[in-house]
Design a protein around this ligand. Structure first.
Ligand code: 5GP
Ligand code: ZN
Length: 112
C-alpha cells in the first residue's frame, strides 16, 4: 500500500508532529493555508469518510478530542476550524482520512 500518511505515522517520512496518542497523530501541513494548519490523522488507515464503519465511531470522537488538546497547546483560544475533504467533489488528494485544523488568525469566508 502506497499511503503517504501511513508512512508519516510509521516515521518513514519526516513530519513536524504536534500531537500523538494511541489513536491519532497530528502534524503540520506541508503547505499551510493559515498560521496554524495541522492535519489530524487516525493511525488506522481509512481511505475517506465514505469508508468509515460503525467500529470507527469512537475514533472520530478521538479526533475531536485531539483537536481540543492541540488548540489548547497551540494557543488557539479564539477559535479554530476543522475541515474534512471527502472524495472527488471535495478535492481530497490524500486517500487516508484526515481533518484539517485551521487557526491562528480570523478565518475567511465560510462555505456554510
Ligand atoms: P486534502 O486535499 O486531501 O484534504 O489534503 C491533503 C493535505 O495533505 C494537503 O493540505 C497537503 O498539503 C498535505 N500533504 C500532502 N502530502 C504531505 C506530506 O508529505 N506531509 C505533510 N505534512 N503534509 C502533506
Ligand atoms: Zn494510510
Amino acid at each position: 500500500m502506497d499511503c503517504v500518511f501511513c508512512e508519516i505515522i510509521k516515521g518513514n517520512i519526516p513530519s513536524t508532529k504536534v500531537y500523538e496518542d494511541e489513536y491519532v497523530v497530528a502534524f503540520n501541513d506541508l503547505n499551510p493555508q493559515t498560521p496554524v494548519h495541522v492535519l489530524i490523522v487516525p493511525k488506522k488507515h481509512i481511505a475517506s469518510a465514505f469508508d468509515l464503519e460503525q467500529e470507527d465511531a469512537e475514533l472520530v470522537g478521538r479526533v475531536f478530542l485531539a483537536a481540543k488538546e492541540i488548540a489548547k497547546n497551540l494557543g488557539l483560544d479564539n477559535g479554530f476550524r476543522i475541515i474534512n475533504n471527502c472524495g472527488e467533489d471535495a478535492g481530497q488528494t490524500v486517500k487516508h482520512l484526515h481533518f484539517h485544523l485551521l487557526g491562528g488568525k480570523t478565518l475567511g469566508e465560510k462555505i456554510i
